[in-house]
Design a protein around this ligand. Structure first.
Ligand code: ADP
Ligand code: MG
Length: 327
C-alpha cells in the first residue's frame, strides 16, 4: 500500500515547482501576508516555505498529512461546490509520500509553536512544543528519495530552480499585496523579492524589469451572461520579447489555456515584429460551476464552459486596447 501511495503521489507531485505551488496556495489560504521560500538544489534537496498565516492547530497536526483531510470543506455551502475542488486535502499528503516533511506552526491563541515530522502520510512521533512565531513553516527534504523513476525523470537542479523562480514570481505578481522572497539556502541575494503591500506594476518591474513595466496597458472585460470577469496588464506595441511571457490565473490558480494564449498571440501579430511576443499578465474569474481549476496540480491546461465565446470576448477587448494605444 505504501508503494502504491508513493507512485500515486509521484504522479501528483512531479517536480519541486508543483509541490511549491500547492504550498504557496496553502499559505495564501491561511491569510499570510508574507511568504518566504528557501531552496537547496532547485528544491530537490530542500524546499522550505515560511508564512505568517493563521497556523495549524495542535490537534490538527496529527492528520494534516493524511489524504483527504482538509480544513477547507467544512462549511455547508462548500458541499455545493465540492466538484470544483476535485483536488482537496491531497497536496500535503502527496508531498509527505515522496519527501521527508517537517512542519513547525503556531496559531494566534497558542503560547508556543509545535513541530511534527512526517513520512508516507504519517506523523513519525508525537508532536513536540518548540519556539516559533505565528504562522507555518513547512520543509520538504530529499524529494523523491524513495521514487527512483521520478528522480530519473527530473531535470538538473538549475532547471528545477528556474521552474521554482517562475512559480514564485507569478504568484508574487498575482498576489501583489503579499510579500514574497525566494532564496537559495545560504545565499544573501534573493532570486525573487517583492514587498508586501505592493502594486502589480511595481512587482512586474521588480521581476521582469523596467522596460516592460513602462509599456503596460490595462484591460478589463466583464460579462455576467457568460459568467466571467477579466483584468489584465499587457505590453503595448513598443515592447516585444523572443519568448512569450504569459501569466494566467483563473480563479486565482496559476494555469494555462492554449486557447487564450493563441487568440492573444494572433492579435499581437499585427503589431509586433515577426517572431516576437508580448508580455501578458491576466487574471480571469469564471463562475465556479463553469470551470474546475483544482483537478490536479500538474494539470496545467484548463478548459471551461463557453470557452470560445469568452476567448473571443477577451480577444476583442485586447485588440481594442492595442488599437486605441497605437493611434
Ligand atoms: P487543502 O489545501 O486542499 O485543504 P492540503 O493537503 O494542501 O489540502 O493541506 C491540508 C491542510 O493542512 C489544510 O486544509 C490546512 O488545514 C493545513 N495547512 C497546510 N498548509 C498550511 C499553512 N501554510 N497554514 C495553515 N494551514 C495549513
Ligand atoms: Mg492545499
Amino acid at each position: 500500500e505504501v508503494v502504491v501511495n508513493r507512485i500515486a503521489a509521484g504522479e501528483v507531485i512531479q517536480r519541486p515547482a508543483n509541490a511549491l505551488k500547492e504550498m504557496i496556495e496553502n499559505s495564501l489560504d491561511a491569510g499570510a501576508t508574507n511568504i518566504q521560500v528557501t531552496v537547496k538544489q532547485g528544491g530537490l534537496k530542500m524546499l522550505q516555505i515560511q508564512d505568517n498565516g493563521c497556523g495549524i492547530k495542535k490537534d490538527d497536526m496529527e492528520i494534516v498529512c493524511e489524504r483527504f483531510t482538509t480544513s477547507k470543506l467544512r462549511q455547508f455551502e462548500d458541499l455545493n461546490s465540492i466538484n470544483t475542488y476535485g483536488f482537496r486535502g491531497e497536496a500535503l499528503a502527496s508531498i509527505s509520500h515522496v519527501a521527508h516533511v517537517t512542519i513547525t506552526t503556531r496559531t494566534a491563541d497558542s503560547k508556543c509553536a509545535y513541530r511534527g515530522m512526517y513520512s508516507d502520510g504519517r506523523l513519525k512521533e508525537p508532536v513536540k512544543p518548540c519556539a516559533g512565531n505565528m504562522g507555518t513553516q513547512i520543509t520538504a527534504e530529499d524529494l523523491f528519495y524513495n521514487v527512483s523513476t521520478r528522480r530519473k525523470a527530473l531535470r538538473s537542479p538549475a532547471e528545477e530552480h528556474a521552474k521554482v523562480v517562475e512559480v514564485v514570481s507569478r504568484y508574487a505578481i498575482h498576489n501583489c499585496t503579499v510579500g514574497f522572497t525566494l532564496k537559495k539556502q545560504g545565499e544573501s541575494m534573493a532570486d525573487v523579492r517583492t514587498p508586501s503591500g505592493s502594486t502589480y506594476v511595481d512587482n512586474i518591474r521588480a521581476i521582469y524589469g523596467v522596460s516592460v513595466s513602462r509599456e503596460l496597458l490595462e484591460v478589463s472585460k466583464e460579462d455576467t451572461k457568460l459568467g466571467f470577469a477579466m483584468k489584465a496588464l499587457i505590453s503595448n506595441a513598443n515592447y516585444s520579447v523572443k519568448k512569450s511571457i504569459f501569466l494566467l490565473f483563473i480563479n486565482h490558480r496559476l494555469v494555462d489555456s492554449s486557447g487564450i494564449r493563441k487568440a492573444l498571440d494572433t492579435v499581437y501579430q499585427a503589431y509586433l515584429p515577426k517572431g516576437t511576443h508580448p508580455f501578458i499578465y491576466m487574471s480571469l474569474e469564471i463562475s465556479t460551476q463553469n470551470v474546475d481549476v483544482n483537478v490536479h496540480p500538474t494539470k496545467h491546461e484548463v478548459h471551461f464552459l463557453h470557452e470560445d465565446s469568452i476567448i473571443s470576448s477577451i480577444q476583442a477587448a485586447v485588440e481594442e486596447k492595442l488599437l486605441g494605444a497605437n493611434t
